[in-house]
Design a protein around this ligand. Structure first.
Ligand SMILES: NC(=O)c1ccc[n+]([C@@H]2O[C@H](COP(=O)([O-])OP(=O)(O)OC[C@H]3O[C@@H](n4cnc5c(N)ncnc54)[C@H](OP(=O)(O)O)[C@@H]3O)[C@@H](O)[C@H]2O)c1
Length: 249
């Protein structure tokens, strides 16, 4: 099923922010959305939900911490579409609720490592797997879902929970974007990170002020940047500022 449309991959899109990013991108003309999740039953259910809404989306299983799963995903994607244009690294974990996460002195190192595996190494693995395909057409838009809690410049006087595993892994995800942007300079493959704000999802909880509809908007903006758009940026949730707004690293 080769397509002339731009092919967009969204990791962890069976629920939460990823599901909404998939929905908003699928509503745009000229974008073929590939949803993905580690649980195939949940993923197919989520796809069915969007298909019922009249959206043409496809689905492939994907666990971003599993090399074999990523190899199988990329193989199936290549066979079916022969291209990838947009990658939204949305899949993430947040262990803030663990009591040990209230201090960097008590954070369990296993939790630090497992957070890095999903939030940092997972996106890097996806970039290493998909950027070669993007290079074939000299077109790519990579969006990493980070958080303003990962701004090193704000950390000394911010009011957020300590959450060492989550924050360290997202700080490193910001580093991944900086290094990629440096290497991709001069190409039409643009890598940017953003903070979706505090949203009502399984990670954000019911008290969060924002919806995923609001949080997804900046992802869609960055996933559809025109040629010559920003490279290696870190952006806040757009609505708060009425448009794209840079965050300090
Ligand atoms: N909610 C907020 O307030 C907030 C704020 C800032 C940033 N974020 C970021 O937004 C992103 C989405 O989170 P969310 O709020 O939508 O929470 P969520 O509903 O819990 O979604 C997280 C998604 O990541 C997937 N995932 C976890 N590990 C994975 C793996 N190894 N491989 C593939 N998928 C995996 C989950 O799949 P399963 O269902 O299989 O677990 C789920 O679909 C995360 O990167 C998070 O850090 C959220």
């Amino acid at each position: 099923m080769k397509t002339e449309k731009r092919v967009a991959v969204i990791t962890g899109s069976s629920k939460g922010l990823g599901f909404e990013i998939a929905r908003q991108l699928a509503k745009l003309e000229n974008i073929q959305v590939i949803m993905s999740s580690r649980d195939e039953t949940q993923g197919l259910e989520a796809r069915g939900n969007l298909v019922q809404q009249g959206l043409e989306v496809d689905y492939l299983p994907l666990n971003v911490i599993d090399d074999k799963s990523v190899v199988n995903f990329v193989g199936a994607l290549h066979k079916q579409y022969g291209r990838v244009d947009i990658l939204v690294n949305n899949a993430g974990v947040n262990s803030t609720k663990e009591p040990e996460e209230s201090s960097i002195l008590t954070a369990k190192l296993d939790t630090v490592i497992s957070s890095f595996a999903v939030n940092t190494v997972g996106p890097l693995r996806m970039c290493q797997a998909l950027i070669p395909l993007m290079k074939e057409r000299n077109y790519g838009r990579i969006v990493n879902v980070s958080t303003e809690m990962a701004s090193l410049n704000l950390i000394s006087n911010d009011f957020y929970v300590i959450a060492p595993s989550y924050r360290l892994s997202k700080i490193s995800l910001n580093g991944v974007a900086c290094l990629l942007a440096k290497e991709l300079k001069g190409t039409n493959i643009l890598v940017n990170n953003y903070s979706p704000g505090w949203m009502k999802t399984d990670i954000g909880g019911a008290d969060a002020p924002l919806t995923t509809e609001e949080g997804a908007e900046t992802a869609v903006y960055l996933a559809t940047l025109p040629d010559g758009g920003p490279q290696g940026g870190f952006f806040a949730e757009m609505r708060k500022f009425g448009g794209p707004f840079p965050l300090p690293w």
